[in-house]
Write a protein that binds this ligand. Sequence first.
Ligand code: KG4
Ligand code: ZN
Length: 352
Amino acid sequence: MRVLGIESSCDETAAAIVESDKRILSNIVSSQINAHARYGGVVPEIAARAHMTQIEFIVQKSLDDANMTLADIDGIAATCGPGLVGGVIVGMMAGKTIASMTGKPFIGVNHLEGHILSPRLTNDVEFPYLVLLVSGAHTQILIAHDLGDYELLGTTLDDAVGECFDKVGRMLGLPFPGGKYVAELASRCTDRKVAAKKYQLPRPLKGREGCDFSFSGLKTAVLKHVTDSLAESDKIMLAAAMEDAVADVMADRITNAIKIFKARYNDFGDRIPHIVSGGGVAANITIKERLIGLTEIHDMIFTAPPSHLCTDNGAMIAWAGVERLNRGWIDGMNVKARPRWPLTELKRDIKI
Ligand code: KG4
Ligand code: ZN
């Protein structure tokens, strides 16, 4: 079975074709970064218009790259939220149009579920598993009990972690979105202990009960160190200190989540349970390495998709479509675009 997946919830217009045996037959991502860069953030109106201009071409290219026509596709999945609603509508309507034109099933996908399920596309990850969802808009820890059955253990009380990276990037004069550039800068730090001593940054909520996050204090603390005369070597150390503070907080919150997860599920048979991470920040190597170390201590396996499947893409939406179609969970044309759509609202009771 083959599904065409369409993604347009933020600033990437993307389409992909994924086979139920996990082969990615095509994966086309068109980024609008250049259109938004001078505003230092994604401008919803510009995003929606750019999706309109790109969508047909990107969908056609995903078919061409896979050497296929719509006749070869078994279902059409499109992101229906959460995200910038103007963009979501463009991708969703493209998906619905193709579905009604061809008579193939339509699957309305929650963008966050796309991130959560993508490790199942790239690796053999079985339910239940623990999820760290870290993107420009979300910072959540969840238990994925089953398809569509997600329990929220913790979320951010203020900024999302990607947002924190992006704001620090802006303070350091880096291009938008800054996460990748902050990480690149930090990777040039030769002594992280010296960096941590020079730039002593807070670890919000570390040591506290629960799995929630808070990043606004960290962002403000970084800002206090930023001056016009900051040398390149100082920027490198500040970026490394910030990244380490984030990784410390992640490790602390995940440790609490592991305890909750293991209290819920105490028998995995001969299987070692997974912690997976998804969303753009999951591409961060320092955070990834910290989580790998942590999972080894707790007898779990850490899995994250390769970076190009961590950031927004159509393959994750197509894969969520495959998983849903496999269960017969298809949607009608009355599905709406939703700017907000909590993962806890995905439990499915209608089986077709
Ligand atoms: O999932 P995503 O592509 O879009 C959203 O749904 O938000 O995530 C984008 C976020 C941005 O904040 C970006 O700066 C961040 O992911 N990001 C990173 C890295 N690569 C992307 N943050 C830290 N380290 C990275 N290597
Ligand atoms: Zn995303």
